[in-house]
Ligand binder design. Sequence first.
Ligand code: SF4
Length: 437
Amino acid sequence: MPSVYFQTFGCQMNAADSDAVRALLSGRGFELCGSPADSDLIVVNTCSVREAAERRAKSRIAEFAGGKKARAGQRLWVIGCMAERLGDKLKEEIPGVDLGAGAKQMERSGEAVEAHFPKGGAYVGINANGGCDVSGVERLSPPLFSKAAVTGFVPVMRGCDNYCAYCVVPYVRGNERSVPYEAIESTVKEKVGSGVKEITFLGQNVNSYNHGGIDFPELLSRMAGISGLERIRFTTSHPKDCTERLVGVVASSQKFASHIHLPVQAGSDRILALMNRKYTAESYRSLLDMIRTRLPRADITSDIMVGFPTESDAEFRETLELVRCARFTTAFMFAYSPRAGTAAASMEEGISKAEKMARLSELIALQTGITREIYDKTVGEELEVLVTERQQKRDLAWMGQDAGCKRVLISCEGLAAGTILKVKAVRSSGMTLIAEC
Ligand code: SF4
């Protein structure tokens, strides 16, 4: 059988896209391979959202391209956002890439696979050396390739119309388009039928989902009725589309995780306007109040950026103040880096790299302290945990996630991935809760 090795960079949408391409390839007889050197096809799914992510992907692709000589007929595919952004330049920059398929083409990945590997074809040149080391497959990121996956991703919309000034996503993923309801429903039912207990609905701007008169709150309400689906999550929500009706739906059923990821990015109104975020710090705070009234135990998480062009020290301190008040359970924090083609790329930055890094360290220290306090405060509480995977380093230890977004380590006998059980949190490591049955 021909074999394929996947390397996926970036967000959960990329993980879902890789999963879809893997399914198409496995329908053509490909088996997963744990070692790039032994595989007939290498697929690298790339991220473009930050410069560092592109650098990492390029260096890995160059490594794979350099290793192709050692395996006759090996092919190298690069898909995703960086492939979209670079277009034909990708093959010029890294000779050895056989196919560059951008993120906008992901809905047509079936056609690309069919063009290269027609159903029933002999795949000439593929598998010239035979044999594939599968020993590393377990190490590939779950739930992608885990046979016992109990969690799954389902993209419900793609692209974005928001054009935040710093963000390359609308350019590389295109405008918003929502998946028809029937396709979502059948994908969810198929996943649930294969043992998946928890689905995360994905979209760059998931709460702007709208297809055939069904909006996101309506989609979620319908999904909650699917039998066998135990837990529902979604990401990423834009604050401007996070309505009381949506939060009401989340509060209406225990099936919804008590977790909302709501990127704030900055705490200064001037910076938020420059970013084109379409809300103010005050309206964001009101939104948090509304969510906490409806969902008092909810984990709220966020994305926060420091060092946007012209951000002053006083404006950065407004971000710190908002973070202090918001008490996010966790946050992705990063320093601004310009992305070619975006509105912010043509702005004068006016902040040194050292200053950006100092601000980032200060923000991380503040948020880490808040995260620790929230985890510590949970000790003694009863949690409902979905067990997701065995913890490799310890006997009898399993990892799971509570009904919010907290990681939980459970040590007890007789567990299996997919079990949902009530446990008591007995200790906190600041980023993980340790629980007993
Ligand atoms: S909402 Fe803004 S940050 Fe998010 S994907 Fe769209 S443009 Fe990018």
